[in-house]
Design a protein around this ligand. Structure first.
Ligand SMILES: [Zn+2]
Length: 123
């Protein structure tokens, strides 16, 4: 799938959240998700020995809390300038069940690419 200008903006949004909000060991990943209408929801993960949560899950819950409908595209970036991060297998399944047409931005920051959530390899 082709990267759009709005996809590049979404990567920038997630990177900005990571830079601003991922400043401790408790938060190491940031997600930004966009609706077809252009609304963006962002979230960070929660790291904890008793079981934290992925930023994709928090973004999905935030979208639901804010009454946001169908998510179209999502991207997760690591803190401290780390690369784009693909969702874990459990989140892939969760995202695909909730948003079967969701586009996911993966790859390196220099050469990101967009793939349908259903086409991400497992593991
Ligand atoms: Zn996950």
């Amino acid at each position: 799938m082709t990267m759009r200008d709005t996809d590049r903006a979404l990567v920038q949004a997630a990177s900005a959240v990571a830079k601003l909000r991922c400043r401790s060991a408790a938060h190491t990943l940031a997600t930004a998700a966009r609706t077809a209408e252009g609304r963006v929801v962002s979230a960070v993960n929660v790291v904890h020995a008793a079981g934290g949560t992925c930023p994709e899950r928090v973004a999905l819950a935030t979208a639901a809390t804010q009454g946001v409908g169908e998510l179209e595209t999502i991207v997760t970036v690591g803190d401290r300038g780390r690369s784009l991060v693909a969702p874990c297998p459990a989140c892939r399944e969760l995202l695909a069940d909730h948003f079967p047409t969701l586009r996911i931005i993966v790859g390196s920051p220099e050469t990101p690419l967009v793939t349908p959530v259903t086409k991400l390899p497992n593991g």
